[in-house]
Design a protein around this ligand. Structure first.
Ligand code: AMP
Ligand code: MG
Length: 406
């Protein structure tokens, strides 16, 4: 089977993954989700002119000859309403956030005042100009302003702005429910005894975590034996109960790679040999309309495959803007020679990237580069992207995909 460039495989997958239907959620459920609509402020923020300081609301003109003594005619706390206007020669004791009384156009901070006559009057020590220490209605948000654009990844500040304009619910793309299942007769869970010939199922916890880290709901569907009926049942259930399915194992050329046989019956799968290392075998198709990602079984391959092919598509499904589909790729510097042999594939080398004094990402191998050697993948925080050829010399620029970002 001919090798397919990674970009072509990714384009094939992205073309077939649509965005999940948006729905309204309370703000508490909106963090990290993507807004599906433009949100326009229905209210003005601040809703009224108010004090930016604890102090005294005054007529600025009265303070021109400071120090001056003014009569204190009222006290206004935050949440209260002024009962009297500020007339000439008068002041109102005011707290931060309290409405500015009529007549006042400035606030003198309490630190620049001295109480006189048991608090019935106040000596203003410094002159202030109109507007000092006041916050005008609408100087943050005016009614009708766009506070959140469509396609915004909602951060805590966005939720605050929405709350500030009285928006309690927002329409977002919900987190896709992504079913994760492992396949293979040899698999044992971490808690089970390890019988002869068995290995631990490390892909499922890893893939569930990658799904969760990307902002989706991971649905752990367990591991399934290399048995046609069991696989068919598992895939049917997974596809009908989830927005997408990620499976690992059984997509290679082995005699018991039955995932291939079964998925071909259930959906319109495309089996690919992607021109990358690790993670060459990859399958994708729709089963009853649900995207199914068939990742290779080798632990590093399954992670790299998820990063390069499944994650971008799932992020698209979750409404993320295109720039946020893939992890960022930056230009780093090889901290040591990263050698490889020409083989028609792009190599993704597990590396540790550390920022040097000049702000450049220096990358060094994270350890064993076998596709079964998960420990180096665990240590790595990046993948160095080595184009087909002999690799790069120490000190040479190298593209680096940052695994901890995005
Ligand atoms: P396969 O793609 O099924 O041929 O598996 C390729 C390699 O990955 C084999 O050595 C499998 O034992 C291993 N493997 C498959 N699934 C898992 C898994 N869930 N966890 C760890 N290793 C696995
Ligand atoms: Mg297998």
């Amino acid at each position: 089977m001919a090798l397919i460039p990674l970009e072509d495989a990714r384009a094939h997958v992205l073309d077939r993954c649509g965005v999940v239907a948006p729905g309204a959620v309370p703000l508490a459920g909106a963090l990290g989700r993507v807004s599906a609509e433009v949100v326009v402020a229905g209210e003005t923020v601040p809703p009224f002119d108010n004090s930016a300081m604890d102090g005294f609301a005054v007529r600025a003109a009265d303070t021109a000859g400071a120090p001056v003594v003014l009569d204190v005619v009222d006290t206004v706390a935050a949440g209260a309403s002024p009962t009297r206007p500020v007339g000439p020669g008068q002041a109102v004791r005011i707290m931060t956030g309290a409405p500015l009384p009529e007549g006042a156009d400035a606030v003198v901070m309490v630190e620049r005042t001295v109480a006189r006559d048991g608090g019935r009057s106040v000596q203003i020590e410094v002159p202030v100009t109109s507007g000092t220490a006041t916050r005008r209605a609408g100087d943050d948000v005016a009614a009708g302003d766009v506070v959140v654009g469509a396609g915004t990844v909602l951060r805590p500040g966005h939720l605050g702005v929405l709350a500030s304009v009285g928006t309690a619910e927002v329409s977002v793309f919900p987190a896709p429910r992504v079913g994760v299942l492992s396949t293979g007769d040899e698999l044992a869970d971490a808690s089970a005894p390890l019988r002869p010939g068995q290995i631990r199922d490390s892909n499922r916890p890893t893939l569930c975590a990658l799904v969760a880290q990307a902002g989706f709901v991971a649905v752990d569907l367990g591991s399934v034996a290399d048995d046609e009926a069991a696989l068919a049942e598992a895939f049917r259930t997974a596809a009908s109960g989830c927005d997408a399915v990620v499976t690992s194992g059984g997509v290679s050329m082995g005699d018991f790679d039955l995932v291939k046989v079964v998925l071909d019956r259930l959906g319109d799968m495309r089996w690919m040999q992607v021109a990358i290392k690790p993670a060459k075998p990859f399958a994708f198709g729709l089963v009853g309309g649900t995207p199914v990602f068939g990742l290779p079984g080798n632990p590093v391959s399954s992670m790299v495959s998820f990063e390069l092919l499944a994650r971008p598509a799932l992020r698209k499904m979750a409404g993320f803007p295109q720039a946020a589909w893939s992890r960022p790729v930056i230009v780093g510097v090889a901290g040591e020679a990263l050698r490889r042999q020409p083989d028609g594939k792009v190599h993704f080398v597990r590396v540790v990237a550390s920022v040097d004094d000049d702000g450049r990402h220096q990358v060094r191998s994270a350890g064993g580069q076998g596709s079964h050697q998960l420990s180096a993948m665990a240590t790595a925080n990046a993948l160095a992207v080595l184009a087909d050829g002999d690799g790069v010399e120490a000190g040479a620029p190298v593209p680096v995909l940052l695994l901890d970002v995005g």
